[in-house]
Design a protein around this ligand. Structure first.
Ligand SMILES: *Cc1c(COP(=O)(O)O)cnc(C)c1O
Length: 375
């Protein structure tokens, strides 16, 4: 048997949707991107959704239009994909790394306060592996200190915090549509907000700062001449990608229930293995999308994390190391500080296969091999 860590959930519906866009002759950002944005906003329960080329460019856009620039500091967990911090660096600002809670792998709300300085302008709240961070106390703290909250919801589409979908809690939230995440357009990103001014700034930012959109110009009966009041970027999604995204969004409820069913089987099987930890849901998480399922191996176990990963691979089961620690990477090491929980989690956790089309046989095979190697 050969089992991947992840696999996108495609069928002929995505192929047909792409074929129709190609037949239409309009393949760059146009009517399909708009349709996808409207469907995404409705799904999340927000007024505006803005499509981008990735979550990385979504985060860059969100920070830039929030006025983050040289001299500013932005708090961010180190236990995250490197893009969470790189986008701060793109703006000329400095990422300040904060430790995480071991139970959730999310930013430690109690630790945030000690890092707030007169230079702090924003907090990037990562909903790591799709598990919502405890937003309410962070929002309260940010209001007291006049900070912007930008949610790195790369992995979190469909997850809910206190009964409301991530992306709908009044901040700017950035989602990823990379194949490793929950739904995909190949590459792609989406930003949600309820603020009209922010939405308009984001639309201009992704389109070279241009004053009018391609759709407006196409639909106009009089000639329209654009202008460029500000510097922008080309962060536009294509209509080919958006057509895939519309189909993927329709499949999302099915994807979420399949992921939850597999995760429940893992949790039932692994809860009796001594000295390991597995995901637990805090009470404020009313829905988890299980973008990833992790296992933490105690340091005094008979097998270490890397040996376990190799032995699973020898049996045809691909795994991934736990989430990286950005502050340990060479490009950030000058700003190094000790983050003990982050350092423990990055070296002691692994991510095991979980995707909607996994068969019962594959799930049981993973359960029996993990169980055999850890006993
Ligand atoms: C995947 C990921 C990103 C980057 O998403 P892209 O769409 O690949 O740019 C950013 N932050 C986190 C937490 C991620 O997991």
């Amino acid at each position: 048997m050969k089992i991947n860590v992840a696999r996108p959930y495609f069928d002929e519906k995505e192929q047909e949707a792409v074929a129709r866009v190609i037949e239409s002759g309009w393949v760059s950002q146009g009517p399909k991107v708009r349709e996808f944005e409207e469907a995404f906003a409705e799904y999340i329960g927000v007024k505006y959704a803005i499509a981008t080329t990735s979550c990385t460019t979504a985060l860059h856009s969100a920070l830039a239009i929030s006025g983050i620039g040289p001299g500013d500091e932005v708090l961010v967990p180190s236990l995250s994909f490197i893009a969470s911090a790189n986008t701060i660096t793109y703006c000329g600002a400095k990422p300040v790394f904060v430790d995480v809670e071991p139970s959730t792998c999310n930013i430690d709300v109690k630790a945030i306060r000690q890092y707030i300085s007169s230079k702090t302008k924003a907090i990037i709240v990562v909903h790591q592996m799709g598990l919502p961070a405890d937003l309410d106390p962070i929002i309260e703290l940010s209001q007291l200190n006049g900070l912007t909250i930008i949610e790195d919801a790369a992995c979190a589409v469909g997850s809910e915090y206190k009964g409301k979908k991530i992306g709908g809690h009044g901040n700017i939230a950035c989602f990823s549509l990379h194949p490793r995440k929950i739904i995909t357009t190949g590459e792609g990103g989406m930003i949600t907000t309820n603020n009209r001014d922010i939405a308009e700034k984001l639309r201009r930012f992704r389109q070279h700062g241009m004053s009018i959109s391609d759709i407006e110009r196409h639909q106009a009966i009089n000639i329209m001449l654009e202008s460029y009041p500000e510097i922008g970027y080309n962060y536009r999604m294509t209509d080919i990608q958006a057509a895939i995204g519309i189909v993927q969004l329709q499949k999302l409820p099915d994807i979420l229930s399949k992921r939850n069913r597999i995760a429940a089987k893992y949790s039932k099987a692994f809860s009796n293995i001594p000295k390991i930890r597995i995901p637990q849901l805090p009470a404020y998480v009313t829905k988890h999308n299980f973008q990833s399922y992790w296992i933490e191996i105690a340091e005094n176990m008979s097998i270490d994390r890397d040996t376990l990963m190799q032995k699973l691979l020898d049996q045809g089961i691909s795994t991934k190391r736990g989430i990286m620690a950005i502050h340990l990477e060479p490009c950030y090491v000058a700003d190094n500080r000790e983050l003990p929980i982050t350092e423990r989690l990055t070296s002691q956790t692994l991510i095991i296969p979980l995707y909607p089309s996994m068969t019962e046989e594959e799930v049981q095979y993973v359960i029996s091999e993990v169980g055999r190697l850890l006993c």
